[in-house]
Design a protein around this ligand. Structure first.
Ligand SMILES: [Zn+2]
Length: 324
């Protein structure tokens, strides 16, 4: 960030403002909404956010997902709703039809057997079948190619959508923008226009939660590169939304947007920026069912939403130990 004025030229008020932006820019944790004493805060919904389950027939993943679901449902203060944040299966970008079916079948079987809570899902990059045509053996003309398989398997009506629940407006985005034989993280123009229109139409008094697989803004992505070797920070467009500035510009026009939840990085962080809290909520599978990824153990987040637009978000480990 560059400032055109030197500190000497800044007024005290401006200094405080600049300092405030810096403090809130990365990593600082502040309440989402300043509580006013005359607005009583009432919890309206308790959510478990499960991201990056990465179901596979290997590494006891089915047992791990079952353990996670049991942990959630045995909480004394049980959640009302589960949000699954994408990468439900290990991978279908480069997997053939048989392997993709095996992973989705297993995911659905565990969910059916172990989950009695309502579930709302968004799609992750690994849920998109056959984007790597060479290794998946797809042509691109299969009826289930791309996101169709995930839409069907997750029982959602389309790739991105919104709904209201308990006085909050929920927006489920589709972060995966196919590119070459892989993807980058961005909304295509059609989805961006839909998002702008959805926010324009939403009741401005209703707080908004946005769920995306890939973070719109995240600080933990800085820990996932070769920066010390190369001498540069390099954050690929597949790690954080490459269109995050455009999305941020839209979100700040709608002060009722309070929280953006994501996964993908398999790490936990929270960024407060211009009135929006961006929480990246680890991974159910940790390091793809091999234990912890960096310091992040397999887990999920418990998120409380309140009537005044505030929320809290806590990462919970469920004690999963990898196959020896
Ligand atoms: Zn992902």
């Amino acid at each position: 960030m560059e400032h055109s004025k030197t500190p000497d030229n800044l007024s005290r008020r401006e200094l405080i403002r600049v300092a405030g932006v810096t403090v809130l820019g990365l990593g600082a944790v502040a309440p989402a909404v300043a509580e006013s004493p005359d607005s009583p805060r009432r919890r309206v919904l308790r959510i478990a956010h499960l991201t990056d389950i990465h179901m596979t027939p290997d590494r006891k993943a089915a047992e791990g997902m079952a353990a996670c679901l049991r942990h959630i449902q045995s909480q004394t203060d049980k959640p009302d709703l589960i949000l699954t944040g994408g990468d439900h299966i290990m991978d279908s970008i480069g997997a053939d039809a048989a392997r993709t079916k095996q992973q989705w079948d297993l995911y659905q079987a565990v969910l059916k057997a172990e989950c009695s809570l309502p579930v709302e899902a968004c799609i992750g990059n690994h849920d998109c079948w056959g984007l790597n045509r060479k290794s998946s053996g797809t042509t691109g003309s299969e009826p289930l190619y791309g996101k169709k398989w995930a839409v069907d398997a997750l029982g959602i009506e389309r790739e991105y959508r919104s709904f209201d629940r308990a006085g909050w407006h929920f927006i489920m985005l589709d972060s995966t923008f196919p590119k070459d034989d892989g993807y980058i993280a961005r909304l295509d123009d059609q989805q961006f226009d839909w998002l702008a229109e959805d926010l324009r139409r939403a009741d401005p008094a209703m707080p908004v939660l946005i769920l995306s697989h890939i973070p719109i803004l995240s600080v933990s992505v800085f820990f996932d590169g070769e920066n010390e070797k190369t001498g540069d920070w390099v954050i690929p467009g597949s790690w954080v939304h490459i269109d995050s500035r455009r999305i941020k510009d839209l979100l700040i026009k709608h002060p009722n947007v309070k929280v953006c939840l994501s996964g993908h990085v398999h790490l936990v962080d929270r960024v407060e920026y211009l009135g929006v809290s961006y929480a990246c909520n680890g991974a159910v599978c940790g390091a793809w069912w091999n234990g912890a990824y960096h310091e992040c153990e397999p887990g999920y987040a418990l998120v409380n939403l309140y009537s005044d637009g505030s929320f809290d978000n806590r990462y919970v480990r469920f004690g999963w130990k990898p196959e020896a």
